[in-house]
Ligand binder design. Structure first.
Ligand SMILES: [Zn+2]
Length: 138
């Protein structure tokens, strides 16, 4: 496994089922002790979707602080399937796998765009964990 060169911020969801998976992923990437954690319902969904508008500024303020204080160079986003926040974002529509995928994809493209605008030097890595613990990069 390649040793990570970068300090990072990890944006992940509060869901208890995925804490260990996220931890093991970061362990494998040799990031323990090198990342700031920002854990909020929905991960990228929580910090980009209109249903959670009040959370957005808090995230970007924290990210700015972490860039300043900890010299982080990368944002690692880890969304997951069967996410309660994605269900809230989905609204009254049926939570089909197509709708679910769309919500995650939209959150990824929004966060990428906003990071490019606010912190152009920051690298962004986008991941989605499935229910069998597999992590897919986007
Ligand atoms: Zn979640």
């Amino acid at each position: 496994m390649k040793k990570s060169k970068f300090k990072a911020m990890v944006l992940s969801c509060i869901d208890p089922r995925f804490q260990n998976i996220v931890h093991n992923h970061l362990l494998k990437k040799k990031l323990i002790g090198k990342y700031s954690a920002f854990t909020i319902a929905g991960a990228a969904v929580g910090v980009t979707h209109n249903k959670f508008k009040q959370w957005h500024k808090t995230f970007y303020d924290n990210l700015g602080t972490s860039i300043h204080l900890h010299k982080i160079e990368k944002l690692i986003v880890i969304n997951h399937k069967d996410c309660g926040a994605a269900k809230i974002a989905n609204g009254k529509k049926e939570f089909t796998s197509a709708n679910e995928k769309k919500i995650h994809k939209e959150s990824f493209s929004k966060i990428k765009k906003q990071i490019k605008k606010k912190f152009p030097k920051l690298k962004v890595e986008l991941n989605l964990i499935s229910l069998d613990s597999k992590i897919t990069k986007f």
